[in-house]
Design a protein around this ligand. Sequence first.
Ligand code: NIG
Length: 422
Amino acid sequence: MNGILIENIKQLVQVRTGVSGEAFSCSTGNEMNRLPCLENAWLFIRDGMIDGFGPMENCPYKEDIPLGTKIIDATGRCVFPSFCDCHTHIVFAGSREKEFSDKNRGLSYRQIAARGGGILNSAALLHKTTEEELFEQSLVRARELIRFGTGAVEIKSGYGLTVEDEIKMLRVIRRIGEETPLTVKATFLGAHAVPESYKGRRSEYVDLIIDQMIPRVAEENLAQYADVFCETGFFTVEDTERIFTAALKHGLRPRVHANQMDFSGGVQAGVNYGAITVDHLEHTGPEEWDALAGSDTLPVLLPGSTFFLEMDYAPAREMIRRGLPVALATNYNPGSCPAGNMQFMMTLACLKMKLTPEEAVNASTLNGAHGMDLSSRLGSITVGKTANVFITVPIPSYEYFAYAFTSPLVETTILNGKITTL
Ligand code: NIG
């Protein structure tokens, strides 16, 4: 038996019993403001799973501790379920800090992209980078996420833009899942930008995605999802629908980058094709919210890129008021958000989108897990779920997490029931 007993926990955050079923779906609307916590608690982890928890006064392990149990005293500390970051692009080559300067001189994201910068810049660099080197660079970011308290991550391709380079990226994504304790879900994003070699021939590039990339990705079982950047200057609603039709035929569930720069129609396209998530959503109004209401599609908000691109934030309050769920994710990528810290995303969500700290935690844990089809296994402190948790440094309460936004607050991370050493 491999056991860990965490005792004297100041606050055990996001405690959901399996009985009610709420531990296995996502938190929606007004419910998002409810964050069940236990004060002065214990948590027992057995063979990689959450085995039990409760208040210290009823701890069954006070004297009778199973042989081989490691005991951690969490006095003054909070324990959270690990973050579930359901939108990232952490597999990329190099960086794009030069564009950061261009941006500060007044060029917009779209203008930088139109000059061959942006995603095409990353694609050129990735093409020159060996698979091994790409893995090593991406591994550094994966470890960074773990240190920030993340335990599950969705990673997209989309800086390859040729059959072989997209496959190279997806193999690296698979390796991140194999060689780190992170739970990884992979998304094929061939439709991230039209590559230089197809300039002016966007629909031929969409043919390549449909005829060659998607079948190959499916054949090699390299992704669970297919994504499209549905935005003016990138891919149209019609392109998106063609790609989703092909993806669904090959068993890849859609997700979509939608309504980031404009009212693109991406939200409706995502909902119509049963997308698991629609992401960004800075430009949404009643039509988009109505489309989402009653659908199985989860809105994912990415305040880190809104911050970095200095745009207006997604209207999260209105979505929640209308009974929708929302998830938060980092969108860690070299262009619009070179940052993978969910703590900072929660701060932005609270400050700029007016989420409560409780809503921010729900959006970053249970709802993030739901955005990767993982809420049956992750996202809450629930008996029978995988033991992915982190222990903070001493802090006064869980609210402190989004408040002290540059303090490193994660002290110990436990993934799959094992203390991670990085
Ligand atoms: O989600 N919008 C498209 N993709 C990323 C940016 C990628 C990049 O600029 O490299 C995003 O913001």
